[in-house]
Each structure stands twice: as structure tokens, then as C-alpha cells.
Design a protein around this ligand. Structure first.
Ligand code: GLU
Length: 383
């Protein structure tokens, strides 16, 4: 029987992001599991032969709590500053553990700390990308985590599943392997009798998201749902996601040999360009361009650019080159792009024909308010 597309594609992966969760790096008592870290390091070294590998590793909070002697009473989550303090205390030890474990296999590690705010800025995103590139060229393994000291609320990624997806976009990875404390995605909570492991997920449907909803592990930050959502977003960018056990020996090398381990989420047919990937996943719209139904159809169904004639209005302030959302209903943007005109200019040319731009403004840059190459249709745009 031929292998499903996504599994055989895993054998050709050249750039891989591996996300290791807290549950994989700590034992049941919440202590750092050096043995598992060491075993994973040897498998990472094996898969890094002939591939570029970026590691996104959690575990800083757990390691820091251990160092600071903090014990969490059951059911009582720590407040945010306590978690931040734990992350700050634990991060150097997390790096030391990976540095030592991967160093035994001749690999050099490098620490990269990011926040959602960093990646939302095109400039900082490109700076991060150049750093990653240089590290990968030098044969190093970047080890990424969220910069928890400065990241709260709106500037925070929040969980490393989502961070891994953003990093995959930044380094243009072909695949993301998420190592967790279960064997993959089950059709219901894996602790329930009769739960079935889903091997290949062709598309993340609402039903798949529902089955992931209840099935988390106590020690993982995001549970299953953040993994499934990250897989859905990665699929839309043309990236394969695999969910597999971080405790089962040789699961990762087996996955990359195309063997039936874990759950593999098939990618969509289109590979977004790096800029479109950034727009879809990392960027935030600085304003909203409101359009009519005809413009929506032209953008979503016909792959056209946004022209002034379909524009009904503008919300917010943005300059030329800033990311903007495009919406019929401002609460549900269906596309995001880079503005070809500033907000005040768009207000003045809204509804006009392209031939009228120059008369209205006294000058003209281009016909398009958002050019097709600078535009990406968001998931909410594809019903
Ligand atoms: N940054 C956190 C840590 O290193 C983990 C966040 C997550 O696991 O999603 O502990």
C-alpha cells in the first residue's frame, strides 16, 4: 500500500522544528528528567545528520521551580510573576542540560528567546530569521523558548506549541515534530477505554478539534488543543505536523523514516511564501480595510489584488508597508496584507476607480491598495 502523502513527505524533510514539552522533560513529580533529555539528544543528533534542526524546548518553569524550591499545591496555579521568576531561574539550566546532552554528540547549541511581539514586527522577525540562518549554516542547533521575563498578555505567545509554529514559519521548516507525553492524537481522552490513536489526519476538522479539547495532560501547558490548532495553521502554510511520544525510544527517527508512529497532519496543497506565512501567523493588522462582498470574492476566490473600488472604509491608522487586516465584518477579518497606501490615503480613494487615484490624491503609487503578492487569505476567509 502506498504511504499517505504526508508520511512519505517526512522522509524528505530537510528543515525540521522539534518541539519538546515540559511533560517530556520532567518526571511525574515534576523534576527534570535528565535521562530522557539525554536519550532525546542522541535521537536529535541522529536526525540532524543531513537536516537542519531547530529545537523549541519548554521546561524552564519546571526547572526553575525546582531550583527555587517552589512547590505547587494541587489545583493552585502559580501567578504570572512566579512563573516568570521560575522561567528566569530555570532557563540557564535548561540550556545547560541541552548543551551538555547535545554536546556529547558533537552538536553546539544556541539560545534564542522570543516573544509574539518580536515576531509580529517584520524587522525583528527578519533579524531573527537571519540569526537562525547563520546558526544553522554553522551547524548549530538553535534552542528556542519564550522570553518569559518580558512576555505577558498581549505580547506573549503563551504556549510553545504556537511558538514552534511561528518559528517554523521564520526558518521555513518543512515539518514540525511535537513531542509530548502521549503517543499522538486520540479520538477521545487516551485514558478512556477504547480510545483510538489517529494515525493520519488529512484535515483538521471541527470534530478533530473537539476530540482534542478534553485530552490534555496535567503537565503540558497548552494540552492537545494548542497542538491541533498549531497543526491546522501549519497545514494552511503547507507544513507537515507530527505529534508523537517524547518518551517512546526512537519515535522521532522512525517518524522521519516514514514509519507509522504518532499522528501526522497532512499539509495543505499550497506552500505560502515566507512573507505570506509571516502575515498569516505572526503579523498583527495595524488597522482594518473594510471591503464589499465583491472585493471579498475577488480576493478569496479569484486570487486578485485589492483595488480602491471595492473599499468601503478604513479603521485605525497605518502607513505604507504596514500589515492591515481586510474585512467585510471588522470582527472577522478574512485576509491580511501589506498596505500599499497609508490609512488616510485609503480613506480618500475608497470606492474610486484606479484611474481616479491620481486626481484624488495628486499622485499615485500603484493601482493596488494591497497587492496580491503581499496578501494572504486567513483561515476564516475559507469557509
Ligand atoms: N516557556 C515555558 C517553559 O519553558 C513553557 C511554555 C510551554 O510549555 O508551552 O517552561
Amino acid at each position: 500500500m502506498p504511504l499517505p502523502m504526508s508520511r512519505s513527505a517526512l522522509r524528505r524533510v530537510k528543515r525540521l522544528v522539534v518541539k519538546v514539552g515540559t511533560g517530556t522533560l520532567t518526571d511525574r513529580a515534576g523534576r527534570f528528567d535528565r535521562d530522557n533529555c539525554g536519550r532525546l539528544a542522541s535521537e536529535l543528533a541522529e536526525v540532524a545528520r543531513g537536516r537542519k534542526v531547530v529545537l523549541v524546548s519548554s521546561g524552564a518553569v519546571a526547572l526553575g521551580a525546582e531550583r527555587l524550591g517552589l512547590v505547587r499545591s494541587r489545583g493552585k496555579p502559580w501567578d504570572i510573576p512566579t512563573k516568570q521568576a521560575c522561567a528566569a531561574a530555570g532557563q540557564p539550566h535548561l540550556m545547560a542540560a541541552w548543551g551538555e546532552a547535545l554536546g556529547r554528540h558533537g552538536l553546539v547549541t544556541a539560545q534564542v528567546l522570543l516573544t509574539a511581539d518580536d515576531l509580529a514586527s517584520r524587522k525583528r522577525f527578519l533579524n531573527a530569521r537571519r540569526t537562525f540562518e547563520r546558526l544553522l549554516d554553522a551547524g548549530a542547533v538553535p534552542v528556542v523558548n519564550e522570553n518569559d521575563t518580558v512576555a505577558v498578555d498581549e505580547i506573549k505567545v503563551g504556549d510553545n506549541d504556537t511558538l514552534a509554529a511561528l518559528v517554523a514559519g521564520c526558518v521555513e521548516a518543512d515539518a514540525v515534530a511535537m513531542l509530548t507525553d502521549v503517543d499522538g492524537l486520540y479520538d477521545r481522552n487516551p485514558a478512556e477505554p477504547g480510545a483510538r490513536l489517529l494515525r493520519d489526519v488529512p484535515r483538521v476538522t471541527a470534530e478533530i478539534e473537539r476530540s482534542a479539547g478534553g485530552a490534555g495532560s496535567e503537565r503540558s501547558v497548552g494540552g492537545m488543543i494548542t497542538k491541533v490548532k498549531a497543526a491546522r495553521r501549519l497545514g494552511a502554510q503547507g507544513v507537515v505536523t507530527a505529534l508523537l511520544s517524547g518518551r517512546r525510544a526512537r519515535a522521532l527517527p522512525a517518524l522521519l523514516a516514514g514509519e507509522p508512529v504518532g499522528t501526522v497532519f497532512a499539509p495543505g496543497a499550497h506552500r505560502l511564501s515566507s512573507r505570506q506565512g509571516w502575515l498569516a501567523a505572526a503579523a498583527r493588522g495595524k488597522g482594518v480595510i473594510l471591503v464589499d462582498a465583491g472585493a471579498r470574492r475577488a480576493l478569496v476566490e479569484q486570487g486578485r489584488s485589492l483595488l480602491p473600488s471595492g473599499v468601503r472604509g478604513v479603521q485605525g491608522q497605518f502607513g505604507v508597508g504596514d500589515p492591515v487586516d481586510v474585512a467585510v465584518d471588522p470582527a472577522r477579518p478574512f485576509a491580511r496584507g501589506l498596505a500599499g497606501y497609508a490609512a488616510d490615503e485609503v480613506r480618500r480613494i475608497a470606492g474610486l476607480k484606479t484611474g481616479e487615484i491620481e486626481r484624488a490624491l495628486g499622485y499615485k503609487y500603484l493601482d493596488e491598495i494591497v497587492h496580491r503578492n503581499d496578501l494572504v487569505v486567513l483561515e476564516t476567509g475559507r469557509e
